[in-house]
Design a protein around this ligand. Sequence first.
Ligand code: BEZ
Length: 179
Amino acid sequence: MLGRKVPAVTFRTRVRDESVGGSNPFRWQDVTSDDYFAGKRVVLFSLPGAFTPTCSTYQLPDFEKLTSEFRALGIDEIYCVSVNDAFVMNAWGKSQGLENVKLIPDGSGEFTRKMGMLVAKDNLGFGMRSWRYAAVVNNGVVEQWFEEEGYSDNCDSDPYGVSSPQNILAALKSKKLAA
Ligand code: BEZ
């Protein structure tokens, strides 16, 4: 993936809009890959599912807490993408009290498939989901790549370490020292 451009897709997000009225004032908003990635240096991480234990207890909250360290190293945004629809991703973000990390709903799995990271998780009743990976993406181009070992369908284990925020911060720091 190093040096490759992230796929051009349109994400179907749900945004709050008081003009909609009623008790659930949300509407659809299409957001493209260009909207998310153009002209920015970001960290993108992807995980098997919203509300799953490792993602909810460690990975997402740790990225959230460590955002200022990422910003100090030249990262403009932190994005979490998952093969879940916008309703689920919004509910997960709300439950996590997110203020920093932005959630990207890839409900159809199109982005994840075009990244080459779509795997079957039928063994868990999940269907097609994302393998765990993360990347530093600069103006839409993958600058650094962090993929958990053992990419496979219906994997019995759920490796987590390479794509942790701590590991990515260490890599960004050593890159800065070497520059
Ligand atoms: C977890 O984040 O712990 C998890 C992810 C996928 C399936 C089961 C658990």
